[in-house]
Write a protein that binds this ligand. Structure first.
Ligand code: SF4
Length: 236
């Protein structure tokens, strides 16, 4: 696993539970609003190769914090690109941690196998945009296989007993009310759908312009989305 960074503890994902977060390096998207170009662009990734955290160091850390941590959250930038994700997550599970995976939905077969083998306890899927303009939102036109995988993963999650969420980071000039409705319709029946307000910073496209949505605008998004999903919330 190419581990770019570890957040040693957080309670954001699971109120009342403590998780450590593993950030992997590499992504198949190129969102212009991405905050971590150094983990996405190959030419920038090269500069950080010596700073990657060795797996042994991570598992030593995990062993030392076993008394404190409940969850290991494997997330950004797209963990399913890591060839040994399955083994890595299995090792965490064998240490009796709950395991969460964040993914953009590119490899439903791997996620399915991990669910079937009871390695995962929670799956969070990024839903970037309405399907008809997904390529624009993620900066690269995706092959047909991506959309098929994304759809298959949705079916699997809708039918499975595992806890999961879909989430969208909404950004002005990128998303409209119609887009939010389209996305909610696409994941109709989903257990949880979280809308997150985009906050700017160091972006892949240095000229990316942003202003946050107001609370009223976000509430309007939520009202539309919750017509289609079981539970919708704005995540701050
Ligand atoms: S914001 Fe886009 S490019 Fe950046 S890590 Fe997430 S999916 Fe990849």
């Amino acid at each position: 696993m190419k581990i770019a960074w570890i957040q040693q503890s957080t309670m954001i994902d699971y109120p009342g539970k403590i998780a450590c977060v593993v950030f992997t390096q590499w992504c198949n998207f190129r969102c212009n609003f991405c905050h971590n170009p150094e983990c996405v662009l190959p030419e920038k990734m090269m500069l950080f190769q010596n700073d990657l955290i060795p797996e042994d160091a991570f598992f030593n850390f995990l062993r030392a914090r076993k008394w404190l941590l409940d969850w290991v959250s494997i997330c950004w930038w797209e963990p399913t690109l890591q060839q040994d994700l399955y083994d890595f997550a299995k090792r965490c599970k064998e240490m009796w941690f709950f395991v969460k995976l964040d993914t953009n939905g590119r490899d439903y077969q791997l996620v399915k196998r991990m669910i079937q083998d009871k390695i995962l306890d929670y799956v969070a899927v990024d839903l970037k945009h309405s399907m008809h303009c997904y390529g624009d939102a993620v900066g690269l036109e995706q092959p047909t296989e991506f959309y098929l995988s994304f759809q298959k993963l949705l079916q699997i999650l809708l039918e499975s007993k595992i806890d999961y969420e879909y989430r969208t980071t909404v950004a002005k000039w990128l998303h409209t009310l119609d887009d939010v409705e389209n996305m909610a319709v696409y994941i109709r029946g989903a257990k949880h759908y979280y809308l997150q307000n985009y906050i700017g910073g160091n972006t892949l496209d240095p000229d990316f312009w942003w202003t946050p949505f107001s609370e009223e605008e976000l509430e309007e998004f939520k009202k539309i989305a919750e017509r289609y999903v079981q539970h919708c919330e704005i995540r701050m």
